[in-house]
Design a protein. Structure first.
Length: 205
């Protein structure tokens, strides 16, 4: 049922997503050049690898002696707008249609985080990763990693079609307000370095 809902909702929203995505793609090409898309391997359901697709938000300019700049230095003004509105995530609807992702689920994070999860936190990979999720509507990047993972595991244990619809509705509200875009002092979140303990799932609103 969840997979059918993902496909139906994605196709239903295609007439809106495609024109907006085309406009964003043109803006990225004009402002940042090529490539327009950013792709990266991420762990999906049961840790299976897939290649996530996003619109590029950072410049490829390097510092002196070819040194890579920090994310904060590389993030462009257009990139900030795309991230604040989550428009950089639009290409992920293709990942949903392919079956790599779901509309709702724990966000797919970096490969290097896999060995850092506690056994409880690793349960977030029992379902397909999502474009949005329970953690995203309960603080997004303004909460700690431990809180994020607790929300992710709570979703795994309580997922339902009605909960997915609720999360999608709250996601639209979060995008409009721009709440929780980044942690204080960071472009998004500081890197996860491991917590050394198990998550304690919690329930909100």
């Amino acid at each position: 049922m969840k997979r059918l809902f993902d496909i139906f909702a994605t196709l239903l929203g295609a007439p809106l997503v495609l024109p907006v995505g085309l406009l964003v793609g043109v803006l990225v090409r004009v402002k940042l050049g090529s490539p327009v898309f950013f792709t990266q391997e991420r762990p999906g359901r049961n840790g299976a690898l897939f290649r996530i697709v996003k619109f590029r938000t950072m410049t490829q300019v390097r510092g002196g002696k070819g040194m890579s700049l920090t994310d904060a230095d590389r993030l462009t003004r257009l990139g900030r707008v795309l991230r604040a509105t989550s428009l950089d995530e639009l290409p992920e609807f293709w990942n949903v249609l392919k079956g790599d992702m779901s509309l709702v689920g724990p966000r797919p994070l970096l490969m290097e985080y896999l060995p850092l999860y506690s056994p409880e936190q690793a349960r977030r990979h029992e379902v397909r990763p999502g474009i949005t999720g329970w953690a995203q509507v309960n603080g997004r990047n303004a909460i700690s990693w431990e809180e994020k993972f607790a929300f992710d595991v709570w979703y795994v244990d309580n997922q339902s079609l009605w909960l997915d619809i609720k999360i999608l509705a709250r996601t639209l509200a979060s995008v409009v307000t721009g709440h929780g875009i980044s942690a204080p002092g960071h472009v998004t979140m500081p890197p996860f370095a491991g917590s050394g303990g198990s998550s304690d799932p919690r329930k909100r609103g």
